[in-house]
Design a protein around this ligand. Structure first.
Ligand code: TRP
Length: 333
């Protein structure tokens, strides 16, 4: 049996192209060959959205629909909801015994998120600081060994590995160390360069964007500020249009020729953007079609999540009983 793939997303809004290159594309390949569980991590979303639970609730549906729209198949892939899996919370409490607060403070992703959300010491909740511990419980509790994620998640997978090693050294070889699978495009810039693509920064192209919105966003993309005329030589570094073409254009040879012409001043931004629009629209069109089908039957979407959660729960119950057994915790008195 191939190793189980496990990954997930925070439901804080609709998924975008950054999610697609960072992880979704990989999941589509892996679901052909591996058992896989994908978690809608609503409790983790609440670590930054405690004041906005209704937004998270709505996003649970949006993200599930995004999964189905990109082509995750519920008959193969288990799609589950974190907050309906109480065993994960119990496992997180146990894993919390194996991590120091100092180590969590030094987690580079936690640091970066604190900086960008401006979370000072007084605003830093126990839940936010500890979410990598809960994420380790998601992975291990759902039997995950391969974890396809974007580059920003690698410190969390490292944390999960440390926890597993510590658990095994204290209580005997019980758990398997998970491994991160980082996509070929580990990070995608937002429309205006510099920052990574993110819903909260307002620089994202969503999988659900209709063609007219896509066209408008492509027009706004940051290209080469040194270039005033189409006949000036263009630069590729820091040029988001070419970053996206690199990530999404399936015709590599033709793209290489386009880059040569661009650098020689033989093609203008408008033409390059037209090509990018075609490439992205080609990617999104089948996603839109599948979305339209599922949107006609919202109850079927809920059913996918309910049935997936039931399947995932059976795994979580099994893992937790192995954990309790290894630690010598009583099963009953
Ligand atoms: N932290 C991930 C993100 O922000 C979401 C997530 C929650 C996750 N649990 C996980 C990812 C388990 C991989 C494995 O996208």
């Amino acid at each position: 049996m191939p190793e189980r793939v496990m990954t997930g997303d925070r439901p804080t809004g609709k998924l975008h192209l950054g999610h697609y290159v960072g992880s979704l594309r990989r999941r589509l390949d892996l679901q052909e060959t591996h058992p896989m569980t994908v978690l809608v991590a609503d409790l983790q979303a609440l670590t930054t959205h405690a004041e906005r639970p209704q937004e998270v609730r709505q996003a649970i549906r949006d993200v599930t629909l995004d999964y189905l729209a990109v082509g995750l198949e519920p008959a193969r892939t288990t799609i589950a909801l974190q907050s309906l899996l109480p065993e994960l919370a119990e496992l997180a409490a146990i894993f919390g015994l194996l991590v120091t607060v100092g180590h969590l403070y030094r987690n580079p992703t936690i640091k970066a998120e604190r900086a960008s959300l401006d979370i000072d010491e007084e605003q830093l909740t126990y839940g936010f600081l500890g979410y990598p511990v809960s994420q380790a419980a998601d992975i291990v509790g759902l039997g995950g060994v391969l974890v396809p994620v974007g580059a920003d998640q690698v410190p969390h997978i490292e944390e999960a590995r440390r926890i597993v090693r510590r658990f095994n050294s204290l209580y005997g070889e019980t758990l398997v160390e998970p491994r991160a699978l980082v996509g070929e495009v580990p990070r995608l810039s937002g429309l205006y360069g510099k920052d990574k693509m993110s819903k909260s920064l307002g620089n994202a192209i969503f999988l659900a964007d209709p063609p007219d919105v896509l066209r408008k966003k492509v027009r706004q993309i940051y290209t080469d500020p040194t270039r005033l005329r189409a006949t000036d030589p263009g630069h590729l570094e820091g040029n988001v249009v070419f970053e996206y073409l690199d990530a999404f254009d399936p015709d590599r040879e033709d793209l290489a020729r386009l880059k040569d012409r661009y650098q020689a001043g033989g093609v203008g931004d408008v033409a390059v953007k037209e090509r990018l629009f075609e490439v992205l629209d080609g990617l999104l069109a089948p996603i839109r079609e599948r979305r339209a089908l599922w949107e006609q039957d919202p109850e079927a979407v809920d059913r996918v999540l309910q049935e997936g959660t039931t399947r995932a729960r059976a795994i979580a119950i099994r893992v937790l009983s192995q954990v309790r057994d290894a630690m010598g915790l009583p099963l009953r008195l």
